[in-house]
Write a protein that binds this ligand. Structure first.
Ligand code: G4P
Length: 280
């Protein structure tokens, strides 16, 4: 499978982010906790140069809790204040304010030394499509304020959400596209559903998922599907899943495309368990 992918509106979204970044002090980098490497855009280091930085591992509820801790340590060792969050339920959202202050400590001290007091810190959330930027902004604001969904270029004037006296958040997130040059990372983006699903046949994607799970969580498939016990071949595994879920074509032939969609959906929604595809 080939994961090269370059959506047309990427340039426009990036330009918008470059414009907005001039307005902020703090860049909140949002990553998917299941794939922190693949969901990290290397351009962010250039874009966020001279800005304070906070890393948020979102969708922590879908990722392996132990691996979440490893990633938090990893990013903290690199000097980034890091928190794990479930923006959908609001779990961890309350930790963000304190983390923002910690991430901006140096900037606030610099301001104070120059005699600038009470100028609010201005922050922007940035990340790849679907990582949960709008959900998080809404959770922080306690109301729907950001436009949910992937619509780059929809800003009409700048809206700032006041989080506390000294902190404002731009309600339009910065959208970055993942780098798909590395096939493995591209595959991870596709598996969590942040790439257009129409680009792949779901059975092909499911074969790749089965191979990843066999390496990283060898028991997970048989815990969910009795029928795959003792099977090793990804095709046979998907066939067994198809039969067990009643995905059959005419002549009782297993429908691998349908079974592939089911397997991928169950992975994405956490029904297979809390699984991380990447470890530090
Ligand atoms: P974006 O702005 O970065 O593009 O992402 P957005 O907030 O639109 O979120 C994309 C999807 O991810 C949404 O699901 C959202 O509910 C879900 N999501 C966001 N944060 C979390 C999280 O921490 N945990 C979990 N489990 N899901 C999260 P959707 O499929 O578009 O809608 P729905 O299923 O919530 O109705």
């Amino acid at each position: 499978m080939n994961f090269q992918w370059y959506p047309g509106h990427m340039t426009k979204a990036r330009r918008m982010m470059e414009e907005n970044i001039k307005l902020i002090d703090l860049l909140i980098e949002m990553l998917d906790a299941r794939i922190p490497m693949a969901s990290r855009n290397p351009d962010i280091d250039t874009l966020g140069k001279n800005k304070s930085r906070l890393v948020i591992l979102n969708k922590a509820d879908l990722a392996d809790p132990e691996v979440n801790q490893q990633w938090i340590r990893y990013f903290q060792e690199q000097g980034a204040v890091t928190v794990e969050v479930n923006s959908k339920s609001g779990d961890g959202i309350s930790k963000i304010k304190a983390a923002v202050e910690e991430a901006c400590k140096a900037k606030l001290e610099r301001d104070r030394a120059r005699g600038i007091i009470n100028r609010p810190v201005r922050a922007m959330v940035a990340g790849i499509p679907n990582v949960g930027k709008s959900t998080m902004i809404n959770a922080i604001a306690g109301r729907p304020s950001a436009k949910t969904g992937n619509k780059p270029g929809v800003t009409k004037g700048k809206q700032w959400i006041r989080l506390q006296k000294n902190l404002e958040l731009l309600d339009t997130p910065g959208i970055l596209w993942p780098k798909m040059e590395d096939q493995q990372l591209g595959l991870h983006i596709a598996l969590i559903g942040s790439m257009n699903d129409e680009l792949f046949a779901s059975d092909d994607l499911a074969f790749e998922l089965i191979k990843e799970l066999q390496q990283k969580y060898p028991l997970v498939l048989e815990q969910r599907f009795d029928a795959v016990k003792d099977l090793q071949d990804p095709i046979e595994i998907l066939q067994a899943i198809a039969v067990s879920r009643g995905c059959l074509k005419k002549g009782a032939e297993p429908d691998l495309v349908k079974a592939g969609s089911i397997l991928i959906e169950e992975f994405r929604s956490g029904k297979l368990g809390r699984l991380s595809l990447e470890r530090p």
